[in-house]
Ligand binder design. Structure first.
Ligand SMILES: N[C@@H](CCC(=O)N[C@@H](CS)C(=O)NCC(=O)O)C(=O)O
Length: 212
């Protein structure tokens, strides 16, 4: 099998897919997507693959393009025939896995889309600032709901899953690791455990280098 190409940006959501490719031992190479917020060139380059100009974008060895981290997560499990990141159809944790996978990408991920550059959605600077605060408050409420559904040591309890990889990456973003440690300890625990797994440690360290 020749390799997958992952259009990526260090520390961004592509890390969720990079970690899964590493976990499965699939051959891949990274293509730096550039700063999609600041660079029109980067957006122009990615647009033919993803009209939303967002990462992750995964190009399969046969040229098929996949976007959307949840779709890629389910697809990689299908492709490998493995159930160690995605509980299989008969597994008791399957329903909770699907529920919270979709919750993360459908409810929480958009709070980043709206708050990363709020003036894309609200032109007036002052109103954009108020909008930013509201979206961030809403984001924290959503994380509270995820925390309320979490078990230990992993999100699904004894069973590690791709949800823990999503948490390992997304808890590095707003409102930040310190907030999670204090307000969402179960999520922080699952995230830390996933980041420390030997099979993921390199990907996590590359995406989130420790500050000196
Ligand atoms: N629904 C998408 C969201 C992807 C996403 O928002 N990616 C961010 C980086 S973490 C991005 O590329 N943002 C650029 C932008 O929104 O312009 C997914 O789950 O993959």
């Amino acid at each position: 099998m020749s390799e997958f190409i992952l259009h990526a940006r260090t520390g961004w959501g592509s890390a969720i897919v990079e970690a899964q490719l590493a976990f499965y031992g699939l051959p891949y190479r990274l293509e730096d997507a550039g700063d999609l917020f600041d660079s029109a060139d980067a957006r122009d380059k990615l647009r033919p693959l993803n009209p939303l100009t967002q990462v992750p974008v995964l190009v399969r060895p046969d040229g098929t393009v996949l976007t959307e981290s949840a779709a890629i997560t389910l697809h990689l499990a299908d492709l490998t025939g493995r159930d160690d990141l995605v509980p299989g159809p008969q597994a008791p944790q399957r329903a909770a896995f699907l529920r919270w996978l979709v919750f993360l990408v459908a409810n929480i991920y958009p709070t980043f889309t709206y708050a990363d550059i709020p003036t894309r959605f609200v032109k007036d600077e002052q109103a954009a600032d108020a909008f930013l605060q509201e979206v961030n408050t809403y984001g924290r409420r959503l994380w509270g709901m995820v925390e309320g559904a979490a078990a230990a040591p992993w999100f699904l309890g004894d069973r590690f899953s791709a949800l823990d990889i999503f948490l390992a990456v997304m808890t590095r973003w707003r409102p930040g690791p310190a907030w999670f440690a204090e307000n969402a300890p179960l999520l922080a625990c699952a995230a830390a455990g996933a980041s420390d797994l030997p099979v993921l440690a390199d990907v996590m360290a590359r995406n989130f280098p420790k500050k000196a």
